[in-house]
Design a protein around this ligand. Structure first.
Ligand code: ACO
Length: 349
């Protein structure tokens, strides 16, 4: 190939004139089977009072025999597209944030096929419970660069596959779900992603992990290979709790400060739904009244990458979140990873 064929200016020239990102539609899907705290008490030594008082969780949904992560992701995405009034073939990109794909090579292309999003490129993104926020920010960069116009971001996880259901310290926390958001380029100066900050600290990764386990197998002569799978979730709950109540207020404060935003100007606090005590501690730090703190973890537990779009969808559909409302959001979890975004809800055109 000659230099003339590799024209760098043509490669970076925007396809679209873009000034920002608009949040247009959302959707969600959860498994049908809900498991209450009392039911879990039949499997492990726990009880409703302990779980509610330490976490705020009353029940969680678990993917059953005829359900799958792909099915939940597809339903959530279809509902988001329907709300926006878009055809799937108008999508340019699909980002599926998940740590529990049906296929380790990636589940996003199957979602693309299911939707009939024939013009979209699709890939998975893994950042545990921060995945949706990381995915949304990643997607927004494609729009801001002018490379793409319409993008679907899905946060979906099936942690029930990887939980040790005999470990009462962790199994009570998690559930399965999918949530979706469709975003598009704005051309009039409106920007629904007013600011964001993302962070990682792999040095603390061991406090919450889903590690691979391998054994050495002979291959040929003195060569060997590793064969294996993954161990169930390992979590140091107290360390994760301390991490969350320290880092989430800090990153939100930095974001509000850097964007010149006062907590009073925020309509909703939408945090990753891990523990009601974490939500309360963050709200207290910013003096945000309870009625502006979105919470549905009582019904679903911690659904990892799905919690933020699942909660967003519920609050949009029941009318709490209205067009023009500003939302301070933060995701945090394994990695360790955490992030914050200042969002605005535009809704369908
Ligand atoms: N039922 C009854 N007793 C329990 C249970 C349970 N389900 N789990 C633990 N206990 C017991 C413990 O054995 C311990 O008993 P002991 O004192 O006799 O040893 C006692 O309760 C206290 O245990 P702690 O672990 O100290 O309980 P803590 O108050 O820290 O609460 C919890 C535990 C709820 C896990 C809390 O630490 C927490 O929420 N941490 C954050 C976890 C989290 O959010 N993880 C997900 C992050 S997002 C992601 O990326 C996936």
């Amino acid at each position: 190939m000659t230099d003339a064929n590799l024209d760098p200016i043509a490669l970076v020239e925007p396809l679209h004139n873009t000034s920002g990102v608009l949040l247009r539609g959302c959707g969600s899907a959860t498994p049908t089977r809900s498991i209450s705290n009392d039911e879990l008490g039949k499997r492990v030594d726990t009880n409703d009072a302990w779980i509610r008082s330490r976490t705020g969780i009353a029940a969680r949904r678990v993917v059953g025999a005829d359900e799958s992560l792909g099915e939940l992701s597809g339903l959530a995405a279809e509902r988001a597209l329907e709300m926006a009034g878009w055809k799937a073939d108008s999508l340019d990109l699909i980002v599926l944030a998940t740590s529990t794909p049906d296929d380790l090579f990636g589940s996003a292309p199957r979602l693309q096929a299911r939707l009939g999003a024939v013009n979209a490129v699709a890939f998975d993104l893994t950042a545990a419970c921060s995945g949706f926020l990381f995915g949304l920010v990643t997607a927004a960069q494609y729009i801001r660069s002018g490379a793409m116009r319409r993008i679907l971001v899905v946060g979906a996880d099936q942690l029930s596959r990887w939980v040790d259901w005999d470990d009462r310290r962790s199994c009570v926390l998690f559930g399965d779900a999918a949530g979706a958001l469709v975003i598009e380029a704005s051309t009039d100066g409106t920007d629904d992603l007013e600011g964001f900050l993302l962070r990682s600290d792999g040095s603390r990764g061991a406090v919450l992990q889903l590690p691979q386990v391998t054994e050495r197998c002979e291959l040929i002569g003195d060569a060997s290979h590793q064969q294996g799978g993954f161990e169930p979730i390992q979590m140091n709950g107290q360390e994760v709790y301390k991490f969350a109540v320290r880092e989430v207020p800090a990153i939100l404060a930095s974001l509000l400060n850097s964007t010149g935003t006062s907590p009073e100007s925020i309509d909703w606090l939408l945090l990753h739904q891990a523990n009601q005590r974490i939500l309360d501690a963050v709200a207290e730090r910013f003096k945000i009244p309870n009625e502006q703190v979105l919470s549905n973890l009582a019904f679903y537990g911690n659904t990892s990458a799905a919690t933020i779009p699942l909660m967003l969808d519920e609050a949009v559909r029941d009318g709490r979140i209205q067009p023009g409302h500003r939302i301070a959001s933060s995701g945090f979890g394994a990695g360790l990873s955490w992030g914050a975004a200042l969002l605005r809800w535009s809704g369908p055109a």
